[in-house]
Design a binder for this molecule. Structure first.
Ligand code: AMP
Length: 361
């Protein structure tokens, strides 16, 4: 089976690594000649809206999927007219716009932080009278890793916030004083079968994911709540593939922050830490193959390598540690790899954590 991937970053690369043992072949489309998935599969360098490149990919591929969600909706629709495209373009369209996303969450009775859409400076003033202060001002589109966000603490921050972001439509959200952040990775096959990984606890710094731990403590009720919400989204979107949903935990309840219609950074621990990885399950789902077990194997902690990779030999000298380099050049703020520590128990993770943390610093 031939799989086309739009976007050639590390997510595409890890999909390819999971897909070769299944006998799948891959081609990727990316605007950059340096796209790291190009080290593993044929890379077509073209912008995401180049009709000929999309057509050639669709001609070759039995299924097309994505390694990021900001593919122009028109490109996803063009592909869908010619071949099978999963996740469905409608799911991409929703996830591209924070307002559509939160409106869908609310329609499905999935709780979210309070939010108000804003396009003018006057509307921004009004919005904070609804959300209160502090408030998080975000661009509706093209925000990722904390980019396109401004924390407004006092009315004096409104002018700089609007100057920084006001050129495009915005959403203003109530500030959530959460206990922690978690994500749920869900998967749905073409036949409607579903699977849910255990909740993952995520720590961000400067808006970028740094550490993911799974399974998230022993919280059956919270896992059940997250799975119920995910099931509503999977059904409403007639979804196929892996869907990630990020939540804030507030007083043992979940507030949905955002979703990603793709494999997700907070699911990288599943490569070693689950019976079937998120990458293998995404491919199984889109290829109409039986889904694999989403059960965790013991406990896992994943550290993102941001900017530069840690010392490989020092990491590999630690039992239970696996090293993932993405084949990308070092650059401040860039995700260049990740390291996973996996062990049978939370206690043995705790014993080794400080040592690994020191290597990641
Ligand atoms: P996002 O791009 O929406 O995932 O935001 C990146 C990170 O900023 C989140 O993971 C949170 O740590 C923080 N954040 C975003 N929105 C809020 C909010 N309404 N209240 C508190 N923290 C937030």
């Amino acid at each position: 089976m031939n799989i086309g991937i739009v976007g050639g970053g590390q997510l595409a690369r890890m999909l390819i690594l999971a897909g070769y043992p299944l006998g799948l072949r891959f081609r990727v489309l990316d605007p950059s000649l340096a796209a790291c998935a190009g080290q593993l599969a044929e890379l077509r360098v073209a912008t995401y809206d180049e009709a000929t490149a999309l057509q050639q990919l669709a001609d070759w591929a039995d299924v097309v999927t994505f390694d990021f969600e900001n593919v122009p909706a028109s490109a996803a629709e063009q592909l869908a007219q010619q071949t099978a495209v999963y996740p469905p373009p409608a799911a991409l369209a929703v996830a591209q716009d924070r307002l559509s996303e939160k409106t869908l969450f609310r329609r499905l009775d999935i709780p979210t932080p309070g939010f108000v859409p804003v396009t003018t400076r006057a509307a921004l003033e009004h919005a904070i009278s609804v959300t209160g202060l502090p408030a998080m001002v975000k661009t509706r589109r093209l925000g990722y890793d904390g980019k396109g966000q401004y924390l407004v603490r006092s009315p004096a921050d409104l002018d700089p916030a609007f100057a920084a972001l006001g050129a495009t439509p915005l959403i203003v959200e109530s500030w959530v004083d959460f206990q922690c952040e978690v994500s749920l990775l869900a998967v749905r096959g073409r036949d409607g079968a579903t699977g849910f990984y255990p909740l993952t606890e995520n720590t961000h710094r400067d808006g970028i994911l740094r550490v993911s731990r799974a399974p998230y403590r022993d919280r059956p009720a919270l896992n059940q709540q997250a799975q119920d919400y995910a099931q509503r989204l999977l059904t409403a979107l007639d979804y196929v593939g892996v869907l990630a949903i990020e939540f804030f935990v507030v007083n043992e309840h979940l507030l949905a922050n955002e979703m990603a219609p793709r494999v997700h950074n907070s699911g990288h621990w599943t490569i070693e830490g689950a019976v079937t990885s998120q990458f293998a399950n995404h491919l199984r789902a889109i290829c109409d193959l039986p889904l694999g077990s989403t059960q965790a194997r013991g406990h896992s902690v994943m550290f993102n390598a941001i900017g530069d990779l840690p010392d490989r030999a020092a990491c590999l000298a630690m039992p239970g540690v696996q090293y993932h380099a993405y084949g990308k050049s070092a650059r401040p703020g860039r995700k260049v790899g990740h390291i996973t520590l996996q062990a049978d128990s939370a206690e043995s993770i705790a014993l080794r954590l400080a040592e690994l943390q020191a290597l990641m610093a």
